[in-house]
Design a binder for this molecule. Structure first.
Ligand SMILES: [Zn+2]
Length: 110
């Protein structure tokens, strides 16, 4: 694996900030709560992607459209693990639904 997973001890309603620039990338006070900064590669849940950069998507073995079309059988974390993008971190936090997580990929060198 070219990345490490960092488990965040957050509630599902907590904001999530970028570890590099501290920009709040999941901002519940904002109607458009997904606010990616330049370090964000993707924002995903077990059930699908909310945001992904072209640079990251093209390193995955399947396209996001394909994943979403098969979201009942796809494990999004496995698909993230399949990407051959190098040197990134993934934060994992509770989605507030039993057994579901949110995953955010960050890259320092963008
Ligand atoms: Zn950032």
């Amino acid at each position: 694996m070219a990345f490490q997973i960092i488990k965040l001890d957050l509630q599902a309603i907590d904001d999530i900030a970028c570890p590099y620039c501290q920009h709040v990338v999941v901002d519940w006070l904002n109607e458009q709560y997904i606010q990616p900064c330049e370090h964000v590669l993707f924002i995903a849940m077990d059930i699908g992607f909310e945001y992904i950069t072209d640079e990251f998507e093209c390193t995955m073995r399947r396209s996001v459209d394909d994943l979403h079309a098969n979201d009942d059988t796809v494990n999004m974390l496995d698909e993230i693990k399949s990407a051959n993008y190098s040197d990134f971190i993934v934060t994992q936090s509770d989605l507030g639904v039993e057994g579901y997580s949110r995953y955010i990929g960050f890259c320092a060198s963008i």
